[in-house]
Design a protein around this ligand. Structure first.
Ligand code: NAG
Length: 356
């Protein structure tokens, strides 16, 4: 029995306190040939790793955040408070939960550390390979009971399950599609990239003050990309409330966003295309989207087609309700945790715990 210290958010919900760490890869080679000496990956873990009598990890879970996010986004009542407590689906007294900041995000290596636009142009596959190295070399995790993620982390879950099929017992991508970033999604990203680069203040990435005009335009596109008509109508039910909602959101984002970091984050999906990997996926995979997700809307039919390629794949599209949160439904665990429990039941752990 692991004793877990609890932390809580202002709502009074509690979850086990994470431990933080940083893993450094001395000479990381990116898929495009660029290199970085000293790639840092910051991570948070909850629980304790268990291995079987042959040293194989039995209880590790990797959770990956979305574009512009970080590991911190999961330590909230709506996620950690629904999943990591005793008796909950990813009970931290039984699981070893790893939540990392992907390359270019959070406290991991990123352009704003100093290299600016000379930072290597990373892609999703680089992020997944670096995470694999963090797990195997940094944390002694040679097998995952579950890989899951939201949005970009959802897309990376498809990649993980296809690139390292023997490494995972189960995969759960949330708010993602198993295809190249194209159509409205790619166009939105191009708008963000162009808005930043075309601001004269951007100066090829060598700005001393944020290129505010371009950055604002980029953040507006980002807001629009994942907007939630029903929820926002409720949260901003009259003209002034809507203006205030947007102004607050913009002010917050401007304080925390660096133009190069955002440019890189939004660009990094350029290499994403899991289609050639779908037939390589052997583990049960459960993809969850929601019908009000403007980034991955159900009328595209891409999830339904792609999931047929996955031998043990299943897809669920949550209907729009008063409780769904558009693209952000992915972090509201109460809305899909029953499905997670079903996935864990359906999938057999390849290795079983050492019983003492
Ligand atoms: C498919 O899975 C195998 C392991 O079973 C792995 O070696 C291979 O790299 C994967 N294919 C691709 C295209 O990643």
């Amino acid at each position: 029995m692991v004793m877990l210290r609890l932390v809580s958010d202002p709502s009074g919900t509690s979850w086990p306190a994470p431990a933080r760490g940083t893993f450094e890869i001395s000479d990381f080679r990116f898929a495009n040939g660029e290199r970085l000496d000293g790639l840092r990956l910051h991570y948070q873990t909850v629980g304790r790793l268990r291995v079987d009598d042959r040293g194989r990890a039995t209880n590790a879970v990797l959770i990956m955040h979305g574009t512009g996010g970080s590991s911190d986004q999961f330590f909230r009542d709506i996620f950690a408070g629904e999943l990591f407590n005793p008796g909950q689906p990813l009970d931290a007294s039984k699981h070893f939960i790893i939540v990392r900041d992907g390359i270019g995000h959070g406290a991991s290596s990123k352009p704003s550390d100093g290299l600016r636009a000379r930072f290597p142009r990373y892609g999703y596959r680089d992020m997944v390979r670096a995470d694999h190295q963090l797990l195997t070399e940094g944390l002694g995790v040679n097998h995952l009971r579950l890989v899951m993620g939201t949005s970009m982390g959802g897309m990376q879950s498809w990649l993980w399950a296809g690139m390292y099929p023997d490494f995972v017992d189960a995969a759960m991508p949330l708010a993602s599609l198993p295809t190249q970033i194209a159509g409205r999604n790619r166009m939105s990203r191009k708008m963000i990239i162009d808005a930043i680069q075309e601001d004269p203040g951007y100066d090829g990435g060598e700005y001393t003050e944020q290129p505010v005009q371009g950055l604002k335009a980029a953040l507006n596109v980002l807001t629009w990309m994942s907007s939630v008509p029903l929820l926002w109508q409720h949260e901003a039910p009259d003209r002034d409330a809507a203006d205030e909602f947007l102004d607050k959101r913009m002010a917050n984002s401007l304080q925390t966003t660096d133009a190069n970091d955002l440019l890189y984050q939004v660009s990094s999906s350029a290499d994403y295309d899991p289609r050639p990997l779908l037939k390589n996926i052997t583990a049960p995979l459960l993809a969850i989207n929601s019908a009000d997700d403007q980034v991955n809307p159900p009328e595209l039919g891409i999830l339904e087609e792609g999931i047929k390629e996955v031998r043990r794949g299943r897809a669920v599209v949550l209907p729009i309700s008063e409780a769904t949160r558009g693209h952000g439904t992915h972090t509201y665990a109460a809305l899909w945790k029953d499905e997670l429990v079903r996935l864990l039941d359906e999938s057999q752990p390849l290795y079983s715990p050492l019983r003492k």
